[in-house]
Write a protein that binds this ligand. Structure first.
Ligand code: TEU
Length: 548
């Protein structure tokens, strides 16, 4: 018997298969390569791995354009490689979560080929087709996240089809029950293969407004729950645009319930949805996770943006607590879509390793599950990629205003002295390994006390050893200020955390109610405590057990 709640408060490690380990020498990572690196992942003390897409795909959006949901792209290996990966991961006590890109397919998917062939084929309604306006223009003003209109003209059907992302990623029509059935069958395929759960891509984009209503211009600063995007220009690195296709349709909830029933036929499976829209994102998380009959948890982009301040974290986390009742959130600071967090948050004069240690200590103290992105355990910074080397269509389109997402997708660095940092022994890796990453390779850190890598292990170990960090309540002690102080846990099991976000030293007075503090040693941090006051350096952390 397993633990049905393994996901709740768990630590998920995201692997980007293209960039983890190449075993074939073609310069692209693959599943057999990942298998050889599972020991590294297990040594971090994480609970699960999220594998970004490895399905058959023309790779127009690096695998987020799937042409066959039930097969592995030959670039990444085979289904039997996948079976071996799951088996080995399970032996090591690691769960495997795979990425399901259900909102859209590739235009090379057999379903779309059929759908676009005529207006009356059996799959004619599986995608979102619409006639032009009488003047020949697109059906409405919806825009694609990746720029331009959300509509593409098809000369065979003489109709437009909708796409929230690239034109080569046509949107599936969730209003079609047969399509939904077919999609759920592909999900079952992976459940049968033994996956422990799913990361659901763009989960708030599944249904579209069937009336195809024009979007009004987005109001600026509409409500206090917006952390990002409120001052968005027409296009920004996070993809928010005026007239963005209206998402979070109410019908989504019904689909998520059907998906949950499917998962409930199997033991201990879980879902984490990606809510990729900053506007009202926490309301969406609440709608999708409260009640225990839809998604297990969601992640948002609230902590994946440029803001790094006590106020921002206090607001984001306490808004979540207000809205998300019995639902659950999964916090992340980095992923394959955003600038790596040390680069996002670094200020002149900051020590990169120290910022990396501060960040994971913060992340590991939060209520919710947490998600790490490969390479952050080495303190890797965003790579600067030359325009000639770009592969991300989103970056190629908006360069130089937005340089795209290649900078966080460069290969893992394993061995300082090896070609391509040990990622590939081929002549050339698909993205270059940045010169500045070599000295952070795993082999350079693994035996060094206090390295970022060992700090990650220690911090995740600390989280695991303190049950209240995994699932206990969280309460903030100050309404504002650059020091973020909170208590985790209740009764006799309580921990106090004090984070100084400022680069200047700070003093924090312990509230009289918190008696008998017993400081916990936090390696890498050096606050002093005289019984009533905590003196912190810039970017310092204090942690203490609270006595009775
Ligand atoms: O991302 C959805 C999403 O919201 C992103 O467009 C995000 O806003 C942007 O990447 C921030 O820079 C998912 C995947 O994570 C992403 O890699 C895919 O490109 C996208 O869906 C389309 O499938």
């Amino acid at each position: 018997g397993g633990n049905p709640h393994w996901w709740r408060g768990g630590v998920i490690y995201q692997v980007y298969p293209r960039s983890y380990q190449d075993s074939s020498g073609d310069g692209v990572g693959d599943l057999p390569g990942i298998i050889t690196r599972l020991d590294h992942i297990a040594s971090l003390g994480v609970d699960a791995i999220w594998l970004a897409p490895f399905f058959k795909s023309p790779m127009a959006d690096m695998g987020y354009d799937v042409s066959d949901y039930c097969d592995v792209d030959p670039m990444f290996g085979s289904l039997s490689d996948f079976d071996r990966l799951i088996e080995r991961a399970h032996e090591l006590g690691l769960k495997i979560i795979i990425d399901q890109v259900l909102s859209h397919t590739s235009d090379k998917h057999a379903w779309f080929k059929e759908s676009r062939s005529s207006r009356d084929n059996p799959k004619a309604d599986w995608y979102v087709w619409a006639d032009s306006k009488p003047d020949g223009t697109a059906p409405n003003n919806w825009l694609s996240v990746f720029g331009g209109p959300a509509w593409e003209w098809d000369s065979t059907r003489k109709q437009y089809y909708m796409h929230n992302f690239l034109a080569s990623q046509p949107d599936l029509n969730f209003h079609n029950a047969e399509m939904e059935e077919a999609l759920l069958k592909t999900v079952r395929f992976w459940l049968e293969r033994g996956v422990d759960g799913f990361r659901l891509d763009t989960v708030n984009f599944f249904f579209h407004d069937a009336k195809l209503t024009d979007n009004p211009p987005l109001p600026k600063d509409a409500d206090g729950d917006e952390f990002m995007g409120a001052d968005a220009p027409d296009t920004n690195p996070y993809g928010f645009q005026d007239h963005l296709h209206d998402k979070s349709q109410p019908e989504n909830v019904g689909f998520l319930k059907r998906l949950r029933s499917l998962l409930n036929e199997y033991d201990d499976r879980a879902t984490v949805g990606e809510v990729g829209d900053g506007r009202r994102s926490l309301h969406t998380v609440a709608a999708y996770t409260n009640g225990g009959d839809k998604l297990n948890m969601c992640y948002t982009f609230d902590l994946l943006g440029p803001e790094f301040s006590a106020g921002h974290f206090r607001r984001a986390v306490s808004n979540f607590q207000k809205l998300v009742k019995d639902g659950w959130v999964c916090w992340a600071f980095s992923n394959h879509d955003v600038t790596r967090h040390v680069s996002r948050w670094m200020q002149p004069g900051d020590d990169q390793d120290h910022l990396a240690r501060f960040s994971i200590t913060l992340l590991a103290s939060l209520r919710g599950s947490i998600c790490l992105y490969q390479g952050e355990e080495l303190g890797l910074e965003e790579a600067d990629i030359a325009f000639e080397d770009l592969t991300d269509p989103y970056g190629i389109r908006f360069w130089p205003a937005f340089k795209g997402r290649d900078g966080c997708r460069t290969p893992m660095v394993w061995t300082r002295q090896a070609a391509n940092g040990g990622f590939s022994d081929g002549a050339r890796s698909w993205l270059p390994v940045p010169e500045s990453h070599y000295h952070r390779a795993v082999d350079q850190q693994v035996h060094v006390t206090g390295s970022v890598l060992n700090h990650y292990r220690a911090t995740l170990g600390f989280r695991k050893a303190h049950a209240m960090l995994v699932d206990g309540p969280m309460s903030f002690l100050d309404p504002d200020g650059e020091v973020l102080a909170f208590v985790r846990g209740e009764g006799t099991e309580r921990l106090l955390f004090v984070f100084n976000f400022s680069r200047e030293p700070a003093e924090w007075a312990v509230p009289p109610a918190l008696a008998a503090l017993e400081p916990a040693h936090m390696p890498g941090f050096g606050p002093s405590f005289d019984g009533t006051r905590v003196s912190l350096m810039g970017l310092d952390v204090f942690c203490a057990r609270i006595g009775r």
